[in-house]
Design a protein around this ligand. Structure first.
Ligand code: ZN
Length: 305
């Protein structure tokens, strides 16, 4: 069977994912946030340069290796044009959360470059440009939130929204990054016997809606997937009210900064059973309202007493 472009890209990205996994494993036991400057240095990236750019960030060759350029007009960037931060220093610790993601994304590009076969690299990357960007974002999440450190920091509070909120500071990542981190394949078996939902939600003119989410376990996939007509438990765009968690849920989320409630949610629209759950929420921003939500499934569907 001939090797198609698709399988060739897949084979390459599988190797890059394994490399990113090893980079993360090497940090087991270390403090957080992860030392991005060390990752960079080990891949021959010598420095960060801040300049006005047309894109958020970029990777360039230099005489002594590589350099990452960051756009001074990018979100959260307060370094002036012309600022240079060497990878040998620990002064990358001052980078804002969006810049850390951009740096991790560019390091991912470099790992791809190291991993892809020599020769037709530019054609290979051009032909797979969209998939490459998606993969580099995923690798960036793995680098910023290594598996073993995530397991250590989450403990048994996966569905505790306030705890997840604290982890944003611990890992210096955005809420999108942490919620999407749970979707990556290396964590599938780790949280295999828990059941629930974590979500990032934002208010628009009409409703508080889910921006990103991840469902854990078959009960959650069924309750927040099939039962709502959503395959795979992906709830992006869904109004919180439409999850039918509790009639007062929107009011709680708007009024309180954080909280948790034991609730019994209807298992299906056409059945009387209730599912015992624990809802927790944690506000990240007031205007517009942005919050993390956790729903821990605490039992099995039971008759409505
Ligand atoms: Zn990119």
């Amino acid at each position: 069977m001939p090797i198609t472009k698709k399988t060739k890209f897949r084979a390459c990205s599988d190797r890059v994912f394994r490399t990113a996994g090893r980079v993360g494993d090497a940090l087991t036991g270390r403090d957080l946030p992860v030392p991005l400057h060390e990752f960079a240095k080990s891949r021959n990236i010598q420095r960060l340069r801040f300049e006005p750019l047309l894109s958020t960030a970029g990777l360039a060759k230099s005489q002594d290796g590589f350099e990452i350029y960051l756009n001074t007009e990018g979100p959260g960037v307060d370094q002036k044009a012309g600022t240079v931060l060497d990878a040998g220093d620990d002064n990358w610790s001052g980078l804002a959360t969006p810049s850390r993601f951009s740096v991790a994304h560019e390091i991912a590009h470099l790992i791809f470059k190291e991993t892809a076969e020599e020769g037709s690299q530019s054609d290979f990357f051009r032909e797979n440009a969209d998939k490459l960007e998606v993969a580099c974002n995923e690798i960036a999440r793995m680098l910023l939130i290594p598996k073993q450190l995530l397991i250590r920091e989450v403990g048994d509070r996966l569905f505790d929204a306030s705890h997840l909120g604290r982890l944003l500071t611990t890992f210096r990542v955005s809420a999108e990054v942490i919620v999407r981190r749970f979707r990556l394949a290396d964590l599938k078996s780790v949280f295999g016997n828990v059941s629930g939902l974590i979500a990032l939600a934002r208010e628009d003119e009409k409703a508080i809606r889910i921006v990103d989410s991840h469902s854990f376990g078959h009960l959650a996939l069924e309750r927040f997937g099939s039962a709502l007509g959503r395959s795979g438990g992906r709830l992006e765009g869904c109004a919180i009210q439409d999850l039918r968690l509790h009639s007062d849920v929107d009011r709680w989320l708007r009024q309180e900064e954080k909280g948790s409630q034991e609730i019994r949610v209807p298992w299906r629209t056409d059945a009387p059973e209730r599912l015992p759950c624990e809802l927790s929420f944690h506000r990240i921003c007031r205007v517009p309202l942005v919050l993390l939500i956790g729903v821990k499934i605490a039992g099995v569907p039971e008759a409505n007493a």
